[in-house]
Design a protein around this ligand. Structure first.
Ligand SMILES: Nc1ncnc2c1ncn2[C@@H]1O[C@H](COP(=O)(O)OP(=O)(O)O)[C@@H](O)[C@H]1O
Ligand SMILES: [Mg+2]
Length: 444
């Protein structure tokens, strides 16, 4: 939402004097006040405008008691509603709160109090909106799978199970694409706060000047551009997990404050003296060597020791090649769930087993995704692979057996006829059944 545009407030009251008073007094440069005299008029305005806050008289001539409140909440659930009540209707006011009204104010009312109420109600709408966005961002990828059965992966799974229920911060290191996010998600999923969304922030995307405010929040006027109070990521992560990715890129001047938050579970918003308490499980990831960063003066040493207390190191894929077939299988079955599962010829698999995978599992996933698209008749050959991976086979040409030569020839002809087996069999001068038998013997 554009922070510079005024937010609209709707006043619903059958008394013209009140409508005029509130339109004038509640309106300012941040707020635009509109008014409706009846329930029907209000509903029509609500359908064609976007309101965040509504101030409404409890007693309206054309609707009974709380009907309008219920209808508004149904139509626009995000809206916060402040009820204006008369002297005798405290019970109805309480009922209104139960139905989801934000607050109520009694007539004759203090305008300053109402003004503050409207402001707070609006802040709440904004906070909930931001929260919803974050929640959406973090829970879009549902179930996390950590595939692998190598010694290294089994050890990591053991560590995850042990550390997940604890409050201790965890540092996950490893090359890009090696599965650091996967591990962070698993830890959160198996922690006691798994019912809450994990908040994820990539520190490399933090603007240096705004990093402190993004993490801790700020109060209005604390710096140029800070035109209103804002909560930071720590507030959003309260009672849940905060995953700070690329922690090595966190601006150094914010690092001491983060250390304090880790050690005491308290923080201050920018421009505010008051300390706030939080309850946050911290996870960190980086592909940098933080010890090196410390010795180069690029990373706060105390923070390093604090977050390094529990360390999970992701091995690159070339150090655990036995996981490759499992990962390939996993991606073949999950990447295009709507298509029949592709099979992969042994030579293509051999290429992948020999390749060094500098981009680790992420690269493998992309290669499989591409190969599935390029596959013919759901069979993946070396030809479906990027050159740098398929190239490995030519270099390793060490077989002169008739069997291998035949295989190469058969696959070449199959490729020539774009996977058409009838034409391939005809061209080779063999029966289709024989071709099928040969092809299936070439698969893994
Ligand atoms: N062991 C694994 N099992 C299944 N998928 C994995 C595994 N490791 C990585 N991935 C997948 O590979 C991609 C890159 O992993 P990610 O965790 O984002 O790497 P990193 O954070 O280390 O750069 C993601 O799509 C992730 O789901
Ligand atoms: Mg990552």
């Amino acid at each position: 939402m554009n922070k510079n545009t005024a937010y609209p407030v709707l006043v619903i009251d059958d008394e013209e004097t009140i409508r005029r008073l509130l339109t004038k007094e509640l309106g300012n440069e941040n707020r635009e006040v509109m008014a409706a005299a009846t329930g029907e008029e209000a509903m029509a305005m609500i359908r064609s405008n976007w309101f965040d806050v509504i101030v409404m008289d409890l007693l309206l001539p054309d609707v009974s008691d709380l009907d309008l409140l219920i209808r508004v909440k149904e139509a626009v659930p995000h809206v916060e509603i402040i009820m204006i009540t008369g002297h005798g209707d405290i019970d109805t006011a309480v009922e209104a709160m139960k139905l989801g009204a934000y607050d109520f104010i009694r007539k004759p009312f203090n305008l300053d109090r109402l003004d503050l109420m409207v402001e707070k109600a609006h802040q709440r709408v904004q906070l909930q909106r931001e929260n919803a966005i974050l929640r959406h961002r973090t829970t879009s990828e549902k179930e996390v799978k950590f595939i692998g059965n190598s010694r290294a992966v089994r050890d990591i799974k053991f560590l995850i199970d042990k550390v997940a229920p604890e409050k201790i911060p965890v540092l996950i290191t490893g090359e890009s694409g090696s599965g650091k996010d996967v591990v962070a998600r698993l830890i959160h999923e198996r922690s006691s706060c798994s019912d809450k969304p994990m908040i994820i922030k990539n520190c490399a995307t933090l603007q240096k000047e705004l990093a402190r405010s993004e993490l801790f929040g700020h109060v209005k006027g604390s710096f140029t551009g800070g035109t209103e109070n804002r909560e930071g990521l720590l507030a959003f992560a309260h009672n849940s997990t905060l995953f700070l990715d690329e922690i090595g890129d966190l601006p150094i001047d914010v690092q001491a404050s983060l250390l304090r938050a880790l050690e005491t579970q308290t923080y201050r918003r920018v421009g505010e003296k008051e300390e706030r308490c939080v309850n946050i499980r911290f996870l960190f990831a980086t592909n940098k060597n933080l010890a090196d960063e410390v010795s180069r003066g690029q990373f706060n040493e105390a923070l390093f020791h604090r977050i390094n207390a529990f360390h999970i190191q992701m091995p690159p894929i070339h150090e655990r090649r036995e996981d490759l077939p499992l990962l390939v299988d996993y991606f073949l079955t999950t990447l295009h769930p709507d298509k029949p599962t592709c099979r992969i010829v042994k030579d293509a698999m051999d290429c992948m087993m020999r390749y060094s995978w500098p981009g680790n599992v992420r690269e493998l996933r992309n290669v499989i995704e591409r190969s599935i698209i390029l596959s013919e008749n759901n069979i993946i050959t070396e030809r479906c692979m990027p050159k740098e991976i398929a190239a490995g086979t030519e270099d390793n040409e060490d077989s002169f057996s008739l069997e291998d030569a035949e295989k190469k020839h058969v696959l070449k002809v199959l490729d020539f006829y774009s996977g058409n087996r009838r034409k391939t069999a005809e061209a080779l001068g063999i029966g289709r059944k024989t071709l099928y038998r040969k092809l299936s013997s070439y698969l893994m």
